[in-house]
Structure formats: structure tokens, C-alpha cells
Design a protein around this ligand. Structure first.
Ligand code: FAD
Length: 369
């Protein structure tokens, strides 16, 4: 049978005879919007959940507001993990690294290859705004980069939205100035500038060292009495030695009172101090999107905002909606990380096997199969 180009209906010109210069109709494949399991968030946990759901025989779809492993993409450009590669593995795919600890770049490559290997269905740049419906029949609305609304339906939902999108504010006047950042990427633009780094954990210690090594004048401001004990074992002595030698100025038991266009006022044990300043990195941690969780009716504990869930199945108080990854720890974001969150997919898949029939059409309620 001879195929005819769609734009030439009515004309009898076979496709192979159409000159290359003619405009051809662009067909956009229609996206599949029905799935067994819809996962919100394409971080390491979300990917692991999709892999395990697929292995259990279910159709899985991931939606992410950003790119694949969006949080890792936004890490400092030259970051090295504190975890060895085998502890970051998902889907039984070996993670090899040329170093003892892998780099951000290697992790980006690894998770992308893992997603490709399992042929995961991922809609990037789809920001999930609402989840309605009930177990077996959920409706998910997301927006894309153009603001267009997309609807999906799913029998089960897994929420794996992480914590890296929302920085903890230092809540001082001037925090909204364009010279103030809550994420650190790389040192080059800050050469020969007065830079303040706020915080005393890994992110702050590493940023302070990187900035100092690339020619910035660095002042570290931390409300604690010293660099945090959990800072990477190879970073902590490094930053402490720079402080001892006066190469990095540190104000401990101190905080920022005000940020101005070219100055910063500190509250220190010796009283307030005004310093000349060009840039501020407020690296004081991040927190999960608790408003999103409550908007989809997930209950949070009163003290640490932990989602109410079964610790074995990770099903939340809403039947059919599971929580996974770092959000399970609520505000205690250092309790769950890739090393342990990557196993949540297996826990949830074990429960899906008991409650959802693979390949079934239409809703299947908990406990019915
Ligand atoms: C600098 C740094 C270094 C770290 N080093 C290590 C380490 O060495 N070892 C380790 O184990 N852990 C490390 N961590 C912690 C680790 O990155 C997190 O614990 C991990 O990313 C959590 O995985 P997750 O899949 O739960 O969340 P994330 O990786 O944060 O993924 C959540 C995803 O959800 C998406 N999302 C959020 N809201 C929505 C929405 N409404 N709609 C659609 N998508 C949404 C986000 O875009 C994101 O892609 C580090 C963290 C940082 C910041």
C-alpha cells in the first residue's frame, strides 16, 4: 500500500515523491494520561518507586516540576557526595565512580541512565498542583512551563516531593535583595568580593571553602558555637583550619540582623557589628512543601510535621496515597536521604502487590483483591 502525506490529501502524490523542501505536517504524539501508579517527583526516591512499581507489573508515570533528579541538578556544580556510590543505587543497577565518593555530575549520569534503562515514563516540567478523588480513582492536575493544565488519572499516588525547593528563611530585613542567595552553585562570580556565608553545616562549610579558594573574602556567620559535628570528615578540619589561621573570618553564636545593599549588620556576642558586604549565601537548610501535603489532605504530626503514614507500607492517612523519600521525616530532613529513602519504593510496591491487580481496568479498592 502506498502512504500519502497527510498535508496532500486530495492530491495523488506518494510520500516518496514529495520533495524534501515541502513543509510536512508535524504530528505531536498524544500523551498517555492514565496510569496505575502516579508518582509526584522524579528524585532518586520517585525513580526507585517507579522502577519497583513497574517490576511488580504496574504502569507507572512520574511527574516532576523540574528536570529529572531536579534537586541533584541544583546542587553546587562541583559537589561530591558524602555517600559511596553503591549506597546511591536504585533498581539494582551498579553505580560506578572513578572516585571513592561520586560527584554530582556522575550522579546525574547514573540516574538518567537508570531511568532510560527501565524506560520510565516521566513528564518533566509538570508541576503537580492538585490531587483529588479517592483510592482507585485519583485525578491529578499539573501545569507545564507554558502554564497549560494537564489532567491525569491514577489508581494510586506516591508523593516523593523532597525538600530542596523551599529554603529556610533567615527572616531579616534585606533578605529579598538580589545579592542574597539560598543556593550555592560555583565560586567564579565572587572573586575579590566580600561574601557572607550563613550556616554551620555541610552546605555552608563547603561553600565557604570553595569561595575562599577562588579568591572571595569570606565571613562565616553561624548561630551555633562551632562547625556542626556532622560536617563531612574531610571538610570539617579543612574549614576549621582556615578559620584558625584567619583566612576565613568566623562569627559563632552570631546571626544576621539586617542586610543592606553594601553592608550587613550582625548580632554577635560582642554586640552588633556592621560589615561591608557584596553577597550573602544564607545556607540554613530547606524544608518540604507542607502546604502541598496538607492540600492533598495528608495529615502532619504537630511537632515535626511528619506525614501520618503506616511505617511499613508508607500509605498515608488518605487510602491509596503513599509518601516516600525525605518527606517522610517531616522537618527532620537529615534523617532520610538517598541512602535509606531509595528503599521506600520496595516497601510501597510490596503493598501495591497486595492491593492492586496488575493490568486491571477501572478502580480496585484496597483489600478487595
Ligand atoms: C548539597 C546536598 C548534598 C547531599 N548529599 C547527599 C549524599 O551524599 N548522600 C545522600 O544520601 N543524600 C544526600 N543529600 C540529600 C539528598 O539529596 C536528599 O535526601 C534526596 O534528594 C531526597 O530524595 P527524594 O527523591 O526524596 O527528593 P528529591 O531528590 O528532592 O526529589 C523530589 C523531586 O520532587 C519534585 N517536586 C517537588 N514538588 C513537586 C510538585 N508539586 N510537582 C512535581 N514535582 C515536584 C522536585 O522537583 C524534585 O525533583 C544531599 C543533599 C544536598 C542538598
Amino acid at each position: 500500500m502506498i502512504a500519502f502525506h497527510p498535508s496532500l490529501e486530495g492530491h495523488i502524490l506518494p510520500v516518496e515523491l514529495i520533495p524534501e523542501t515541502l513543509t510536512r505536517t508535524q504530528t505531536v504524539p498524544k500523551r498517555d494520561n492514565q496510569t496505575d501508579v502516579l508518582i509526584v517527583g522524579a528524585g532518586p526516591t520517585g525513580l526507585a518507586c517507579a522502577i519497583e512499581a513497574q517490576k511488580a507489573g504496574f504502569k507507572a508515570l512520574i511527574l516532576d516540576k523540574g528536570c529529572l533528579v531536579n534537586s541533584i541538578f541544583h546542587y553546587p556544580t562541583n559537589m561530591t557526595f558524602f555517600t559511596t556510590p553503591e549506597l546511591l543505587e536504585i533498581g539494582d543497577i551498579p553505580f560506578t565512580s572513578s572516585l571513592v565518593k561520586p560527584t554530582r555530575q556522575e550522579a546525574l549520569e547514573y540516574y538518567r541512565r537508570a531511568a532510560q534503562h527501565y524506560d520510565l515514563q516521566i513528564y518533566q516540567y509538570h508541576w503537580v498542583k492538585t490531587i483529588n478523588g479517592e483510592d482507585g480513582s485519583f485525578h491529578v492536575a499539573s501545569t507545564d512551563r507554558q502554564g497549560h493544565i494537564h489532567d491525569c488519572s491514577a489508581r494510586k499516588i506516591i508523593v516523593a516531593t523532597g525538600y530542596y525547593d523551599l529554603p529556610n528563611a533567615i527572616s531579616v530585613p534585606g533578605e529579598d535583595l538580589p545579592k542574597v542567595f539560598h543556593y550555592y552553585r560555583e565560586p567564579h562570580p565572587y572573586f575579590d568580593n566580600d561574601v557572607i556565608v550563613v550556616g554551620g553545616k555541610n552546605s555552608a562549610a563547603e561553600a565557604a571553602l570553595d569561595l575562599w579558594r577562588h579568591g572571595a573574602r569570606v565571613t562565616l556567620v553561624h548561630r551555633g558555637a562551632q562547625i556542626h559535628a556532622n560536617v563531612k570528615y574531610w571538610v570539617r578540619p579543612d574549614v576549621e583550619n582556615r578559620i584558625k589561621s584567619g583566612e576565613i573570618i568566623a562569627y559563632f553564636n552570631s546571626s544576621i540582623l539586617e542586610i543592606g545593599p553594601d553592608f550587613v549588620v550582625l548580632d554577635t556576642p560582642k554586640g552588633s557589628q556592621r560589615l561591608e558586604n557584596d553577597f550573602v549565601f544564607a545556607l540554613t537548610g530547606y524544608h518540604p512543601d507542607f502546604d502541598f501535603l496538607t492540600s492533598i489532605r495528608i495529615e502532619l504530626s504537630t511537632d515535626q510535621y511528619r506525614p501520618v503514614c503506616d511505617p511499613v507500607t508508607l500509605e498515608s492517612n488518605i487510602p491509596g496515597i503513599y509518601v516516600a523519600g525525605v518527606i517522610v521525616a517531616g522537618s527532620r530532613t537529615s534523617e532520610i536521604f538517598i541512602e535509606n529513602g531509595r528503599f521506600h519504593g520496595k516497601q510501597i510496591a510490596a503493598h501495591l502487590r497486595q492491593t492492586l491487580r496488575p493490568g486491571a481496568t477501572g478502580p480496585v479498592s484496597l483489600g478487595r483483591d
